[in-house]
Design a protein around this ligand. Structure first.
Ligand SMILES: Nc1nc2c(ncn2[C@@H]2O[C@H](COP(=O)(O)OP(=O)(O)OP(=O)(O)O)[C@@H](O)[C@H]2O)c(=O)[nH]1
Ligand SMILES: [Mg+2]
Length: 395
């Protein structure tokens, strides 16, 4: 009898401890399906986990999210294979939501201009000062002159004005310089049974990969299916960076199996796969640096030609770092000569008061600014809206 009791007790103990082992890794998973939340949940749920954990809760918040890299799994933990994709927010109203960022970086220019224009002492010196403020904000000398001339004429014709009238006058002038009616719509809709193809180009470090990642996210948020192509085969890390963005929103990344592979063949493969998988958009990230400028340009030309063997390239987005001013503009011109740029992405506008570059770059390249980068967070990319931009500038 004692034997039977002992066997039963051992059996019960065995069942209970097996049950605990099975349940333990699941602790903390209940609420969150995002991979990003895993590290945090397990840290508090299972206890004792060590390792650096990214703050997943920030990544989920709009606007102020953490950088794209998902947290490394705590040491000793097995990586779960199937990460469940996040549901990113749609792109509509993004710029309005990010207006505070713009206001923070640009409004000093706006308030100085408004202050000067409302000073009630609009002599030659003040007009010169206004011109200088515009030039300092990267508006460009000839455009700054044009703006001052227009405003001067208006003031002369219509006389002294109230601060509200001055604001309205400056707003209208800036809007007309930026151009309200240009077509800034991104061509990302599939057509004729083919996905739209978007090529992201630009000098190294301007934010190409980040932009491709953010854009993929925003397109997924708008309900489109996206496939990424890592045609920056210069460093494996570049493809990893892009793939990380893709994985977070469930977008597949086509990449080379070795460093230094032919970028054109990666682009071709991405488009082939995109057509086969019937995705809406194929987004291709390219390299910004090569040994020689000619090499880079030849490579870009080849990437485009190879894609065109399968389908057209709908958008060539030139990514420009707003903080680099005239220097960035010079580089942009070189790109524009080689590939038919269809839109500008102005990144890092959150880090500079030189918002006037919006006007200059459009003038110089004859291509509209279509997107603006306003931070490093995953949702800090917005379709460019001139009115919101000018309103943020004028406070
Ligand atoms: N503040 C701010 N940082 C940005 C923005 N866009 C990109 N960045 C940062 O700029 C840095 C470079 O971004 P990448 O996307 O790696 O640039 P890239 O052009 O792909 O660089 P290469 O691949 O080396 O040519 C990263 O630290 C980004 O987080 C932006 O709109 N605002
Ligand atoms: Mg890159």
């Amino acid at each position: 009898m004692a034997y039977i009791i002992l066997i039963v007790v051992i059996a019960v103990l065995a069942v209970v401890s097996a049950g605990l082992l099975l349940v333990r890794p699941r602790l903390g998973r209940g609420a969150g399906t995002r991979t990003l939340e895993r590290g945090r949940a397990e840290q508090s749920g299972a206890g004792g986990a060590t390792g650096t954990l990214t703050r997943g809760d920030e990544a989920a918040g709009a606007g102020t999210a953490a950088p794209p890299a998902p947290p490394a799994p705590p040491e000793g933990e097995l990586e779960t294979p199937a990460a469940v994709a996040e549901k990113p927010p749609p792109s509509a109203g993004r710029m309005t939501r990010l207006r505070a960022r713009l206001a923070r970086s640009q409004s000093s220019v706006g308030s100085v201009l408004l202050g000067l224009l409302s000073s009630g002492r609009l002599d030659d010196e003040t007009w010169e000062e206004i011109e200088d403020v515009l030039i300092t904000a990267d508006v460009g000398v000839s455009t700054a002159r044009q703006i001052v001339e227009d405003l001067r004429t208006q003031v002369k014709v219509e006389g002294a004005r109230t601060p509200a009238e001055v604001r309205a006058m400056l707003r209208a002038e800036l809007l007309s310089q930026i151009g309200e009616d240009g077509n800034r719509q991104l061509r990302t809709r599939p057509h004729g049974g083919m996905p739209a193809v978007v090529l992201v180009v630009g000098v190294n470090g301007t934010g190409k990969t980040t932009t491709a990642g953010k854009l993929a996210r925003s397109l997924v948020g708008d309900g489109e299916t996206v496939l990424l192509g890592a045609a920056d085969t210069f460093r494996a890390a570049a493809a990893d960076q892009l793939q990380t963005w893709g994985e977070r929103v469930g977008a597949e990344t086509v990449r080379a199996d070795k460093e230094g592979a032919d970028p054109a063949s990666v682009a071709f493969e991405a488009v082939r796969k995109g057509i086969e998988a019937e995705v809406d958009v194929v987004l291709i990230d390219t390299a910004g640096r090569l040994h020689t400028k000619t090499g880079l340009m030849d490579e870009l030309g080849k990437v485009k030609r190879v894609i065109e063997k399968r389908t057209g390239v709908d958008e060539v987005l030139l990514v420009l770092d707003a903080t680099t001013g005239q220097n960035g503009l010079r580089q942009a011109r070189v790109f524009a000569e080689v590939v038919d740029v269809t839109g500008i992405v102005l990144t890092k506008l959150d880090g500079t008061a030189k918002g006037g570059i919006v006007i200059t770059v459009q003038r110089e390249l004859g291509v509209p600014v279509k997107l603006v980068g306003l931070g490093e967070g995953p949702d800090d990319l917005a379709p460019f809206d001139p009115a919101t931009f000018v309103d943020a500038l004028l406070g």
